[in-house]
Design a protein around this ligand. Sequence first.
Ligand code: NOJ
Length: 581
Amino acid sequence: MTTIDTRPLRTLVHTAGAPEGEWWRDAVIYQVYPRSFADASGDGIGDLPGVTSRLDHLAELGVDAVWLSPFYRSPQADAGYDVADYRDVDPLFGTLADFDEMLERAHRLGLRVIVDLVPNHTSDEHVWFQAALAAGPGSPERARYLFREGRGVDGTEPPNNWQSIFGGPAWTRTTDPDGTPGEWYLHLFDSRQPDLDWEHPEVRSEFEDVLRFWLDRGVDGFRIDVAHGMVKAPGLPDWDGHVSMIEGNEDAGDVEAVDSVSGAGNQGPMFDQDGVHDIYRAWHRVLAEYPGDRALVAEAWVEPLSRLSRYVRPDEMQQAFNFAFLATHWDAPALRTVVEASYRASDAVGAPTTWVLSNHDVVRHASRLGLAEPGSRPNGIGHGDEQPDEALGLRRARCASLLMLGLPGSAYLYQGEELGLPDHTSLDDDLRQDPAFFRTGGAERGRDGCRVPLPWASDAEGFGFSPTGVTWLPQPAEWASYALDAQRGVPGSTYETYRSALQLRRESALGSGGMEWLHGLGDDVIAFVNRDVLVVANLGPTPIALPAGAELLLASTDPTVGDDGAVHVPSDVTVWARYTV
Ligand code: NOJ
């Protein structure tokens, strides 16, 4: 007798790896933004003792590692991404001893620690830049940065037409010691963040030394800021393109376009130059001198994905944030395309994919996904702007997070997303601190809305962020319901859903698993099998019945049971189900 096979069709996208591979291949890494995580000193700004005091929370949540944004000595012109001393802790955040204590406690809890390295630029208060200003044109001190003569009569025009990512020209003119206008220096970001010249051997050796300084202290890795920016095209040629972090995934929907192997990148002469890879090969060798699989993660806003994967070739970095995924709109075909293109690109070089939905530079995904164009990426939201639908945004954010955590590879969580936090979307403009707000004359609200101090306790002042109740940015009153103590132990809360997901992910080794599309559930559905877990995300309006044999494990929001007795996945919900069919 002939039987008809009624099982849905599957297509293999990514083959499972060994569960016992290097830790960074499948780690869930939690981003701590120190000034907004927890404040122990009471000044309203988070600090390292605050981080230490809350590490238990991260262990309980079930993450594998922590990445800390910069806590080094800095005048804080760009919230610490302007480093004045790479080997010391800013008094705002504590001391080196506080760092050591934090690291020791994290390791005791089984959490690895990644620190942030900012090599593209220093602070204008760094001794090298101060020496360069004092020494004047043509000096060896100036050779460590990108000083140039201006163009036009008397050099009054900047040396080229590059724009700062924060708005305005990427050049600032100096004043010579005798008071006359002098050379210009390049800054891809704020004028207080002069770009280093990475052709200079001393710049290269200095940063290898900085790596060793933190490796010797015991850190497990580094997140590399602007990893695609350090080497510029020779001659610094004019460029009329638009410099930005990538805007949105216009090509999504077409694996070939997203993953074009021949793509030459789209970022102009200041980004993604081939020479940057020599730096990472050298750093790879530095890390390899240390035991225990130390790792580098690239913050590189590079397209297409095949170009990004060059940063994670076997002799370069270990991970690169997948911003193409973060930038994709709330659209199932587009997301399927970017997921498939991501595996194609990273598998080609034997690296893990590194998923991320939120960080300190973008509107949180709970807010992005509540916009009329869900997943679009304004640079900040303020008074007078379209306000996200908070409930819908949260529902979709949970859906997106369970989708991400079901995928093989590594994943980064941004502090507060485990609480379902939205952005502060109505912050007073006079409280804003992001240089992007000022350099664009307020046209861009900037990133303060995603950097608001975390709510820990619903009925404490400042929601328990600091012992005095002071917070450096105000928290919206509605955040009481998002506080950790309002969610901990509450079945179905965002926090408990993340915790269950991380536990299941670990038990089922999903991070090192494989990925097969499961077809037949409709175009609005993203469905795949990872080991024996079926993940179904329904982005369409109609509930979808789980296939026969699927046994519900976890849902981002309650599923429903149909008349047929089958579990139905409603709109904007992801479920995980045991599936051995
Ligand atoms: C990327 C960082 O994530 C961002 O916060 C910073 O402003 C720029 N790089 C410049 O360092």
